[in-house]
Design a protein around this ligand. Structure first.
Ligand SMILES: [Zn+2]
Length: 392
């Protein structure tokens, strides 16, 4: 499938721009016309993190005239392993400003528009409507469905990517010409089932592998060259070093782009994706303790059984004194319950309190009615009780 260019060419390139983009200009498929289209293009990156970093840097270098950045976060030391648009001296700075400075350093001819706010129902349509194309670098399901539905409602194409450990995926979703994200994934996975990169980790360079596919597809769409990744899902396995692709079809029953859509305006995406499951919320209500309370119990030699439900690699990085490691999956499979003592108070914890709430629901359902979990997880513990320890 080939599609017409998304963008009309700018009137002209300056002498400086001709020098800068000469390696593009001598590619017959790009040429002067293609480069002028890039100059006239407005591309929005949702997120200046793992995928947004390489995406913004290469889009800037390629000469995309206007780059929008949606980002409300600040640069954290744990970002620098993969978010290469930021550096050591940017720690603590606004990610949006840090990304803008890097873009300007790579290419001063790019106009940068910062949207330093969390993308939500109140702003997404207005922000998206100012751009020709969206590059989605988000890391959570609620925002992904929001991006998808807003793009479908506005008729905009977007380039999607996702990363986890050694695996990545990418595609172009454009409801006018092919499937959308909901055609591929009609339902969000149950909360707690799919770990985020913060929970499961990601190989830093994987961001470049997938981010570069996203930029390649963006440039092809803007300039109208090649065969866009519409209706195809690219799947990358870094351990096997293998790229494969599967065809994805438009689902006639798709809730947002199908023949009789049920989603005709933006919905409640947090509820749709259930950030914490209803069972976990119910279990945690009235059974959540603070780090200070846990420390008090330990100091008072209370008879508690502290269980860390994270993965072994996380336990190795940092742990709470006295905690026994029993990963969440062992509870979901049912094997872990027999390891719990009947006569001691069960206290569960994870990294931030989401996984331990899920496990709490399982443990309570198995009859451990007095079990509790630690709100804020080991991150909160380190922050309040043992600030000399590392966080991740
Ligand atoms: Zn669809």
């Amino acid at each position: 499938m080939s599609l017409p260019p998304l963008v009309e060419p700018a009137d002209e390139l300056t002498v400086d721009e001709v020098r800068r983009y000469s390696r593009h200009l001598i590619i017959p498929d790009v040429g002067m016309a293609g480069q002028k289209r890039l100059k006239n293009a407005k591309v929005l990156c949702v997120g200046a993190g793992g995928l947004g970093s390489p995406a913004l840097m290469y889009l800037a270098a390629a000469g995309v005239g206007t780059l929008g950045i949606v980002e409300f976060d600040v640069v954290d030391e744990s970002n620098l392993q993969r978010q290469i648009i930021h550096g050591q001296s940017d720690i603590g700075r606004s990610k949006g400003e840090s990304a803008r400075d890097s873009v300007k350093e790579i290419n001063p001819y790019v106009d940068v528009i910062l949207h330093e706010e969390r993308l939500d129902n109140s702003n997404v349509l207005e922000i998206f409507s100012g751009y020709d194309l969206i590059v989605d670098g988000t890391d959570n399901f609620a925002t992904r469905y929001l991006v998808n539905d807003a793009a479908v409602l506005l008729g905009k194409p977007y380039v999607w990517g996702s990363i986890y450990r050694f695996d990545g995926q990418a595609s172009v979703f454009w409801a006018e010409h092919g499937p959308c994200y909901r055609c591929l994934y009609p339902e969000a996975p149950p909360p707690g089932m799919v770990p985020s990169c913060a929970e499961g980790g990601v190989l830093g360079v994987l961001c470049a592998s997938i981010g570069s596919i996203q930029v390649t597809e963006a440039i092809k769409l803007l300039a109208g060259v090649g065969d866009p990744l519409v209706g195809r899902l690219m799947i990358y396995d870094a351990l096997e070093m293998n790229y494969r692709q599967v065809k994805i079809r438009k689902d006639p029953d798709c809730a947002v782009c199908g023949e009789s859509p049920t989603v005709t305006e933006l919905i409640d995406y947090e509820a749709f994706c259930g950030v914490v499951s209803e069972e976990a919320q119910a279990a945690a209500a009235g059974s959540t303790i603070t780090s200070a309370q846990l420390k008090q119990w330990q100091d008072d030699k209370e008879d508690i059984f502290l269980v860390d439900v994270r993965e072994p690699g996380e336990y190795e990085i940092v742990n709470i004194p006295g905690a026994v490691l029993i990963p969440k999956n062992e509870f979901l499979m049912g094997d872990a319950l027999e390891k719990l003592p009947q006569d001691r108070k069960i206290v569960l914890h994870c990294k931030s309190g989401v996984r331990s709430a899920e496990v709490l629901a399982v443990v309570k359902a198995a009859g451990f009615a007095s079990a509790v979990h630690l709100g804020g997880g080991v991150l909160g513990w380190v922050n309040q009780i043992e600030p000399h320890k590392p966080v991740y």
